[in-house]
Write a protein that binds this ligand. Sequence first.
Ligand code: PLP
Length: 438
Amino acid sequence: MSAAQSQSSATQRSFAEKLDLADPLAHYKDQFVITDPNLCYLDGNSLGRLPKKTVEVINHFLLNEWGPELVDGWSHWIDQAQPAGNLLAKSVLGTTDGQTLVCDTTSVNFYQLCMAALKARPGRKTVIIDSANFPTDRYILAGIAEQLGLNLITLNNDGLGGPGAVDVEHDCELISPQELEKHLTSDVAFVTLQAIQYRSGGRPDIKGITDVARKHGALVIWDCSHAAGAIDLQFDANGVDLAVGCTYKYGNSGPGSPGWMFIRKELQDQLRIPIQGWFSNDRQFEMGPFYEKAEGIRGFQIASPSIIGIRGVEVAFEMIAEAGIARIQDKAAKGTDLMIELFDAWLAPLGFTLGTPRDSKKRGGHIIVIHQDAKQIAVALRKLKNVIPDYREPGAIRLAISPLATSYTEVFDGFERLRDLVASGDYKNVQLDGNRVT
Ligand SMILES: Cc1ncc(COP(=O)(O)O)c(C=O)c1O
């Protein structure tokens, strides 16, 4: 099919309907709570939809575990961060048991791994991040660098700079291993990047970057928040050593659901986390005067896990395991292909530019479209068109397909409404609502 033909067919709703009919994951949409069937929810990369089964499972937990078991429940809840981690490892990380914990928040886990990685590279005083990294990672690392007198290098891949900013070549925020290597010296303790860029949606060469850092003796901490549940991360094949992420985006585990952290088995003896909570103490219930790190992945858990949170994680990641991450990745690629075809046909002529790679192997489940009035357009989409995207500075509207919960027609309808909103100019009459959350 020529590009022109495929473009013209993508602009017909029947094209998206055919994709839905052929979609092996289509039936999963029914497994989510959908209160407004006319809503185009294109923000599942920020907060995933609620699985119906979560309501049942959490109710069951309240009524049949917490209610009757009371404190005795801890005898079987105590280590549940580990099996939940194993489920995540198997369903989305492409790795084996005993290396992942479902616990705390991405931010806390990121801090823990940064400090542990520094300690594992004594004498090295340089750390590297990119300016397009998620704010929490940048701010936490800047705080650590300031506190410990480290040399922080910020690879300037979005023009916004940051502490120790250096210019780099990039494509939609993506930095190549060769470009990174220019900054790798024997003083670099670790590099931290995202497996999917939170803004552009770009997907870096995880293996190439991990390999080149390793060649220079540096560790890499991957933030997989926008990747877990959208792409096949293949931690074993890619040689990933350290990673963190959340479960509330493509993981559909609920607002503020627990984060996760991954520490490759071979590194677990060398690494020590700074927050030596009682859960990581070898003889936890002896409550003795001295701390001794427990062996294995338990040595990285700070404190009591949220059991309600873990129940939500279990439901969602069992669903992902059943659907298969390869099929999920395939739908993310096809859904974002559809978005880009609609962008070319409808949005580019209205003054939008695309901020996401066109090659589906270089992106995840979301794209960004950039426009000078993007913030107002994003608010108007909600208010006038019943479409939920989100807005990210500077000037970007993020639009996602969450493969289990979003249909191709939902994507099509959302884009058609976006086109109509901007073509009519109606968005200009909508006031910014002053909401702190964009
Ligand atoms: C890439 C990335 N890292 C970290 C975070 C922060 O997560 P939390 O607030 O759960 O610590 C987010 C939140 O959206 C994120 O997108």
